[in-house]
Design a protein around this ligand. Structure first.
Ligand code: FDA
Length: 302
């Protein structure tokens, strides 16, 4: 109920301006977002890399309906990748891209998003790192996986995110579990109808485990994106060679566990930065009541 309300608020322009304009929100947002500028993102990356972790960086933004904003997002990624290379951080820093931020929702959006994603992949290739396509709501899944297929012709290291809450995902995992295929498996963070997604948390967890088994039994590179101790334990039990797969968590969540896992595994942290934090922030509040309590406590004690 609360999750549904928060995810509805994530799409509401009224709520957005209320939350964004409040001077009290920003310090709380900074728990989950590395900063608004690229320099803060690079500084957060350097800290994480020095602590033995890798990163994937997300220039925040989504659902762009303006071609110039999509172009600005591409430029931001190209600048980010050059800066990471300049600081000697590119080898530890993948970038995560939402196709809706680079034009997927514009007229002729699939072509525009593919061209824009291609430019980001070219910049990543130049500095020797990789790109992963984020998963958005289920209406975009086919288009995003189609774009992935096209990108992989020239950039075989391009990866994608699959969401275990979608009923289709076990099959998508099987289709993508081939050599060289990088798949980030998460539970899923959007409000979805029961016709396409498991409505119940325990069903989502069971689906996550099934998907994990498919990916781990395949020849690709599974990226186990979760903070859930049970999923982490199962992934460790399935134990493949350390170099063949990795754990991933979000910036600001379970820092001690991230450090612990980094001792024995590749541990990659998803680092969002930029001013367009509203949708991302609301999804973090929706997925865990304790995050919302943290937010409300911070507001009340100011
Ligand atoms: P869940 O939220 O079910 O929590 C299970 C348990 O984990 C909790 O009971 C608790 O024990 C522990 N836990 C969770 N959060 C905690 C916290 N803050 N502090 C302490 N313990 C905590 N989604 C999407 O739809 N598209 C995408 O592209 C991505 N990308 C993505 C990348 C990466 C790297 C990650 C880690 C996640 C995503 N997600 C995502 C988000 C994902 O779908 C999901 O909403 C969150 O990861 C929360 O799900 P969990 O698997 O962490 O477990």
């Amino acid at each position: 109920m609360l999750r549904t309300a928060l995810l509805a608020a994530a799409g509401s322009p009224g709520c957005r301006s209320l939350v964004e304009r409040s001077p009290l929100t920003r310090p709380v947002v900074h728990r989950f977002v590395a900063g608004s500028g690229v320099d803060e993102a690079v500084a957060a990356t350097a800290d994480l890399v020095h602590s033995g972790r890798s990163v994937t960086l997300d220039h925040l933004g989504e659902d762009t309906t303006d071609a110039s904003m999509a172009a600005a997002t591409v430029k931001a990624y190209v600048e980010l990748l050059a800066l990471l290379a300049g600081h000697g951080l590119a080898a530890n820093a993948d970038v995560s891209v939402k196709l809706s931020a680079v034009g997927q929702k514009l007229p002729d959006g699939d072509r525009i998003a593919l061209d824009n994603a291609r430019r980001i992949c070219e910049a990543a290739a130049e500095v020797g790192t990789t790109v992963t396509l984020d998963a958005e709501d289920h209406t975009t899944t086919d288009a995003t996986l189609g774009t992935l297929r096209e990108l992989r012709v020239d950039f075989p290291w391009a990866g994608a995110v699959l969401q275990a809450y979608l009923r289709r995902t076990e099959q998508d995992c099987a289709d993508l579990a081939y050599a060289g295929s990088r798949v980030r498996l998460c539970k899923g963070a959007y409000a979805e109808p029961a016709s396409v997604a498991f409505p119940d948390r325990s069903e989502v967890d069971r689906s996550y485990v099934r998907c994990l088994r498919v990916l781990m039994a395949g020849a690709g590179h599974p990226m186990v994106a979760t903070h859930d101790p049970r999923m982490i334990a199962i992934a460790e039990e399935l134990g493949r060679d350390r170099a063949d797969w990795e754990f991933q968590m979000l910036y600001g969540i379970r820092d001690a566990e991230q450090r612990r896992l980094a001792r024995d595994h590749t541990m990659r942290v998803y680092v969002p930065y930029g001013d367009e934090w509203y949708g991302y922030f609301m999804r973090r509040l929706a997925e865990r009541p304790a995050n919302l309590a943290f937010f409300l406590r911070a507001l009340l004690t100011r």
